[in-house]
Design a binder for this molecule. Structure first.
Ligand SMILES: [Zn+2]
Length: 340
């Protein structure tokens, strides 16, 4: 780099310096052992006699100029910092304020709906045993969901029975029997939280996802209570014109088991690519708690009955906000997050 260019660059840099540290950094960059000015002086021996004269003189002159400019700048800075009066009317520094993540906002909204009809929030462990995650829920030992392709097992080096095997819960339903071990009916709880499964990442699947389970046990609880509660929830979230429909299904922990659909909130039931032109969205697996599960809870199936439901929070959140890629929900991209 030519002496003249270095000088120009130095002047530019110095204008922006506003603290002693910044000025010191510029001194190192321009006069330090590895700086460009030192470089020129070091390599002067390689030049011709004529060049040596001019370049050597120019470089030395620049060195002195830089040095005095730096000293002057330091004086300016210290004069400023000691003389500046405090202006108490000056506006303060504005710091950007964050806000709740859209997923958290949606979970909170869902919790509020259930709370308004008497549900309580319960939290269960994310790392649990196979006993609470599967056995208590009437999931047979040979059920494919237990396969390690779906479940993250935790190796903790202990030689233990299959029931005590630790895993990352695959659903929030792991809380149902645990909660009932310490509570007597009537109960009405929702369990929001993170779940984990071996899933290939794509626009609608994540290995970590949120679920919200619900459990109601009491005397005389019947299937219409279940359907009414979930319809109330769907209409509070998506609007009063949302319709629901129940289809029979199979889940090991409920009998009868139901898949509750809601009318497509995007096309209002007319048919669109999201609802695969059917006008319906499959969103809420649910059913009446299986008598075997009630027994595991220590509840007499002859006296009490109950219902349970569990839904993926992300899917509902995506429908609620009109988001088409689940991965956006986990990104920390402010262009996305600032829209909520
Ligand atoms: Zn649709």
């Amino acid at each position: 780099m030519k002496v003249e260019e270095i000088k120009k660059q130095f002047e530019k840099d110095l204008v922006h310096a506003s603290s002693n540290q910044e000025v010191e950094a510029i001194r190192v960059a321009y006069l330090g052992r590895k700086s460009k000015v030192t470089d020129i002086l070091k390599n002067i021996a390689k030049l011709s006699v004529d060049e040596k004269k001019t370049v050597g003189a120019e470089a030395n002159k620049l060195k002195l100029e830089i040095d005095s400019a730096l000293t002057e700048k330091l004086n300016q800075i210290s004069a400023k910092s000691t003389k500046k009066p405090i202006d108490i009317s000056e506006p303060g520094t504005k710091y950007p304020v964050g806000h709740m993540h859209p997923l958290t906002q949606f979970i909170q909204k869902s919790i509020d709906v259930f709370k308004s009809i008497g549900f309580e929030v319960y939290q269960s462990p994310e790392v649990d045993t196979a006993y609470y995650n599967f056995d208590t829920l009437n999931v047979p030992k040979d059920h494919p969901a237990r396969d390690s392709f779906d479940t993250f097992y935790i190796e903790d080096g202990r030689d233990i029975s299959d029931d005590n095997k630790l895993l990352l819960r695959t659903h929030t339903t792991n809380s149902d029997v645990r909660y009932m071990e310490t509570h007597k009916p009537p109960v009405r709880i929702i369990i929001p939280g993170k779940c984990y499964r071996h899933d290939t990442l794509d626009a609608s699947h994540e290995a970590t996802f949120y679920q919200m389970d619900g459990l109601v046990i009491g005397e005389g609880i019947c299937i219409t209570d279940l359907l009414g509660t979930l319809r109330y929830f769907a209409q509070e979230i998506f609007g009063k014109d949302v319709k629901t429909r129940a289809r029979p299904h199979f889940y090991p922990f409920t009998e009868p088991s139901i898949d509750l659909d809601i009318s497509c909130v995007l096309c209002k039931g007319k048919g669109c690519p999201v609802c695969k032109r059917s006008g319906w969205l499959e969103v809420m697996p649910c059913g009446m708690v299986h008598p075997n599960v009630l027994k595991k809870m220590g509840v007499d199936p002859e006296k009490y009955s109950g219902y349970a439901f569990g839904f993926g929070i992300e899917r509902l959140m995506m429908l609620y906000y009109g988001i088409n890629d689940i991965r956006l929900g986990y990104s920390s991209d402010l262009r996305f997050l600032e829209q909520f």
